[in-house]
Design a protein around this ligand. Structure first.
Ligand code: FAD
Length: 467
């Protein structure tokens, strides 16, 4: 009677329903194995960023050690692609005498297909499968009164809060009383580009400390600080939810300590942060309900008729942070340097690519995935379609961000810009949001704006309206 925990982007032992289930069924003495399958081919197809792979690999080593202390023998194996997974899992089960498999569900189409196929192969061998919604606080089961899935965030969020109020949060569990094992050791490193993720801690405990520190010290100011990219006003925990090193349930439980009527009754900062965790789940819920999102389709199908620009030089300038719009360039250079970008700036650069350069949002979406340490298909797709006005509950198409006034608003003294656009370090604050004149006079090598915002806006509005 051996148990298998099939790990995927849920790389933790605590607050992981698949782990809890396998441990409970195995009891003190039953064998528990873990299996993590990765595929370089799949990473390539899904544009995994080298920095995300690096974080994953660093974390896996610690997870394997900690799993061994919990009496779980974690195997890390490569496979060609998701099509080969059912055979690999079945063979593993055969080799180790597995009788039950537990895993947490993922919602994009290819992952769902992989899991269904594996489940039916396992059923043929009479191996039981237990699946859970361990990546989210609320499973993607919420429906409107008419039985449809939610397409607007606000009613979804109301229903999401009501679900938590009704069901409560799962209880935490402790490290089980089981004999510790010797870790198996890591396989040779994957044949995939890597980029140093050392600025991010790894291991469940270290990530948890960061979460706790944020909730104790900074969440109270989140509502006022979150839109200012120059300061450390957000949690920067996104890579940890994406790889499942932390569970959002753990975060919710910490917030619960601040309000007895949780999920209601939180102070402004904590309530706003909780709603951001709900945005993450809203996009997973859409991904689950709308398979066409997994195929690169716009949620609002008619917007696919937009005649996008194929100006590669402008796309390149955007990627390299050379557009002549300092806030856009600072954001894109932050992405290149840190593998992360502040949310407000993600919105500004996405808006700029689509509404000023008229370049297909899918090119921006891909570039983000190729570079983000927190690259998440549902959140990234949702963020891009929101910004491009092609998504559900997206920003209305006629709201085109003005990159210069956005810059003045979110980075009033220019300190975020100066941190990433070194050419502008000496630019006076009153010039820094539109520095062309100053750069010419000071003979500083910073590009002129690559488009005229007012003109680009008019053209975008005319073309989008015609759809
Ligand atoms: P915090 O402000 O501390 O928020 C807490 C958590 O809530 C985040 O860690 C994240 O998991 C979630 N969250 C916050 N805002 C959003 C949002 N708008 N949508 C979905 N979840 C949210 N987030 C990703 O995790 N991966 C992506 O690939 C991604 N791509 C994006 C692309 C675009 C164009 C835009 C506009 C947003 C994107 N986001 C993405 C959402 C958001 O920018 C990041 O989650 C956030 O910047 C992460 O920083 P943080 O952990 O400090 O967030």
């Amino acid at each position: 009677m051996a148990q298998l925990i099939w790990f995927r982007n849920d790389l933790r032992l605590r607050d992981n329903p698949a782990v809890a289930s396998a441990l409970q069924r195995a009891g003190e003495n039953g064998n528990v194995y873990g299996l993590f399958l990765y595929s370089e081919e799949q990473w390539r197809r899904h544009d995994w960023a080298p920095i995300k792979v690096d974080l994953l690999w660093r974390h896996l080593e610690l997870l394997q050690q900690e799993a061994a202390e919990w009496g779980i023998e974690l195997h890390i194996k490569s496979c060609r692609d998701w099509q080969t997974v059912p055979r690999v899992v079945r063979d593993f089960c055969g080799e180790y005498g597995i009788t039950e498999v537990s895993f947490n569900r993922e919602y994009p189409v290819h992952e769902q297909r992989r899991d269904r196929a594996t489940q039916s192969w396992l059923a043929e061998q009479s191996i039981a499968v237990n699946s859970f919604h361990g990546m989210v606080i609320v499973p993607p089961v919420l429906r409107t009164q008419a039985g449809d899935y939610y397409k607007k965030f606000t009613p979804y969020y109301k229903s999401w809060l009501a679900h938590i109020q009704r069901s409560g949060l799962p209880q935490p569990y402790e490290k089980p009383e089981r004999k510790a094992l010797k870790p198996l050791g890591m396989p040779s490193a994957p044949d995939y580009p890597r980029c140093d993720s050392g600025a991010y801690v790894v291991g469940e405990e270290a990530a948890y400390q960061q979460l706790q520190q944020f909730v104790d010290e900074r969440v109270a100011d989140y509502d006022t600080d979150r839109d200012l990219p120059a300061i450390h006003g957000t949690s920067r925990l996104s890579p940890y939810w994406e790889l499942g090193i932390l569970s959002p349930v753990t975060a919710a439980r910490l917030l619960q300590q601040q309000a007895p009527e949780f999920p209601h009754g939180l102070a402004e900062g904590a309530a706003t942060w909780l709603s951001e965790l709900a945005w993450r789940e809203f996009y997973q819920h859409l991904m689950d309900a709308e398979p066409r999102l997994s195929y690169g389709k716009a949620f609002q199908a008619h917007t696919d008729a937009f005649a996008w620009s194929d100006d590669d030089a402008q796309f390149q300038a955007w990627c390299e942070g050379q557009t002549g719009y300092p806030i856009v360039d600072a954001g894109m250079r932050q992405l290149q340097q840190e593998g992360w970008m502040h949310n407000r700036v993600r919105m500004i650069v996405a808006n700029f690519l689509v509404k000023d350069l008229h370049i297909d949002w899918r090119r921006g979406e891909k570039f983000f995935m190729q570079n983000l340490i927190d690259g998440s298909f549902p959140a990234n797709n949702g963020g891009w379609q929101w910004s491009a006005s092609t998504g559900t509950d997206a920003v209305p198409y006629f709201r085109v961000f003005n990159p210069t006034s956005q810059s003045k608003k979110v980075d009033p003294d220019g300190s975020y810009i100066r941190r990433f656009v070194k050419e502008l370090v000496n630019c006076p604050t009153q010039e820094i949001h539109a520095p062309a004149k100053w750069a010419r006079a000071a003979q500083v090598d910073y590009p002129e704006p690559i488009v005229d915002h007012a003109q680009a806006r008019e053209t975008f509005l005319r073309k989008f309206k015609a759809l």
